[in-house]
Design a protein around this ligand. Sequence first.
Ligand code: DX5
Ligand code: ZN
Length: 223
Amino acid sequence: MKKDKKIIFAPSLLSGNFADIQYSVKLIEDADSDWIHLDVMDGVFVPNITFGHKMVQDIRRITKLPLDVHLMTVHPENHISDFVNAGADYITFHLETVVHSHRIIQQIKESGCKAGISIVPGTPVGALSELLPFLDLILIMSVNPGFGGQSMIIETLDKINFLDDIRGNKGYNYLLSVDGGVNRDNAELVREKGTDVLISGSSFFKSANPIMEAALIRGNKGV
Ligand code: DX5
Ligand code: ZN
């Protein structure tokens, strides 16, 4: 890992209290977080159902933090304009849900948002190769998507190594994000692989001290 690389810490609201979103957002802000990660699940691509663009719109009104929307839905192209209008900053969709991935990346970028793509643990990283020059963010799922609180599949981090090397060699600009099972025990390894964005759901929200948890995941010295 490059020395003094900036880590983006992005708690996932999925493990927050949906009956008190304002409190959960405040906790994220109090922990000096960089982004808020918002998991949109449709009950089709993944077994779980969470929320749609109205939630993003309402959160946009109560925070200035960048909103990192992770679409786990079929037909993501049908929802992009709603999430753009709701105030998303990053919109990430799953490669496994689409045929015309390049067109959807263009669609997101033309609407003024940053475009991200994600792959599940079973999808080979090489499937992204043609898309690398066009992406603002690549989200590597380190668990099978659908639920918070699962254990990280450590082998998925090799995808980060691979993408970090290509980024260096080719001068690409995407950020690398790891989502699923990130905690204080594995965060150093995740950072060392070349990850920029560390997403944390249950390890942050279920911690007795989320502010310290955030600092440990970031790798702040002196905590
Ligand atoms: C899982 C979601 C994740 C989830 C992570 O499908 O994409 O963002 O919130 O939760 P933890 O950190 O508990 O694995
Ligand atoms: Zn996510």
